[in-house]
Design a protein around this ligand. Structure first.
Ligand SMILES: Cc1ncc(COP(=O)(O)O)c(C=O)c1O
Length: 335
């Protein structure tokens, strides 16, 4: 019989899909690695397994133990699947910026979900990471899994995402474009691809308002500003962001992110979230300056279903983006 022993065996080995209509006037091949094919619907399923198996290997999680994490949602879903299969409980701390689809999803999976206000500085006790740490410290038999600095996060992408891209493109990938949340995806994948071929270029897409671009370009940490795209960008530099594997950081506005995500959905049938829009907008910009020898790979990080009440909803988009005067002309282009 051809049977999987658990849903965890469905994680990874996601397909590459060629972008056609939206790449018509561009010379490079543009290939989307469709991470919504993972059982939890996002690229974070990969680290859900590796973070827990690493904790098991280090002996820091005991049978029946509790996993606590600060998450924008997708890591929580990946952790919840792995924890359920392995018999652990889970508590997640999220900010109120995150779509209710994700918190409802986590509750449906059996999680306890704590929502805190968005926008606190990293060293503020109310920052969602500090709240998660405190809950773990005060809960018997609990661990804070810490995707932001746990090496098992980039390691998962070094072991799986990078090798898959290398194999699927027959070693012909020339550019990898991704966003930075914890840094796990870009750091682990880039490290693998650059070890295979140091000529591979790695480009990070960063929301306007996040600190990564200024830090990369000028080595300084300026203040952050609010933006609407979820799960990527930060107001501090997590340890898992390894700038030595990144060649360029490109800033993208909310409007360009949502526009690109909706175009991928409407013209290629790739129903994706806003972070994928941030990445895809960058892919198109990078592709303009490259020739037919370039093979650009980018992750479709998660599914648009997670944002049905947000940027995939015309009323929400109109209300949010038209509140800024400069967005008005472009919004009529998106809707
Ligand atoms: C939808 C989505 N895209 C991108 C990212 C960023 O990936 P990473 O944390 O590996 O940098 C995340 C992280 O939570 C995410 O949920």
């Amino acid at each position: 019989m051809d049977v999987k022993e658990s849903v965890l065996e469905l994680v990874g080995n996601t397909p590459l899909v060629r972008i056609k209509k939206l790449a018509q006037n561009l010379k490079p091949q543009i290939l989307a690695k469709v991470e919504f094919c993972n059982p939890g619907g996002s690229i974070k399923d990969r680290i859900g397994i590796s973070l827990i198996e690493d904790a098991e290997a280090r002996g820091i999680i005991k049978p029946g133990g509790v996993i606590v994490e600060a998450t924008s949602g997708n890591t929580g879903i990946g952790l919840a699947l792995a924890a359920t299969v392995k018999g652990y409980k889970f508590v997640f701390v999220m900010t109120d910026k995150v779509c209710c689809e994700k918190s409802n999803y986590l509750k449906a999976l059996g999680a306890e979900v704590i929502i805190v206000r968005d926008g606190y500085e990293r060293d503020d006790p109310n920052h969602y990471v500090n709240v998660a740490k405190r809950i773990a410290a005060n809960t018997p038999n609990a661990i804070y899994i810490n995707q932001y600095s746990n090496p098992a996060n980039p390691e998962a992408h070094y072991r799986t995402t990078g090798p898959e891209i290398w194999r699927q493109t027959d070693g012909r990938v020339t550019h990898f474009v991704a966003a930075i949340g914890t840094g796990g995806t870009i750091s682990g994948t880039a490290r693998f691809l650059k070890e295979k071929n140091p000529q591979v270029k790695v480009i990070a897409a960063d929301p306007v308002g996040s600190v990564f671009k200024d830090y990369f370009d000028h080595g300084r940490k300026t203040g952050s500003a609010p933006y609407l795209v979820e799960a990527i960008g930060q107001n501090y530099i997590p340890e898992n962001v390894k700038f030595q594997y990144i060649d360029e950081v490109v800033n993208v506005t909310d409007q360009d992110s949502f526009d690109a995500a909706r175009r991928l959905t409407h013209e290629e049938g790739i129903f994706c979230g806003g972070s994928t829009g941030t990445i895809f907008h960058t892919v198109l910009k990078v592709a303009e300056r490259l020739d037919e020898n370039a093979v650009i790979v980018f992750p479709v990080c998660d599914t648009g279903e997670r944002y049905l009440t947000k940027f995939h909803n015309d009323d929400w988009l109109r209300e949010k983006l038209t509140s800024a005067q400069e967005h008005e002309t472009a919004i009529s282009g998106i809707l």
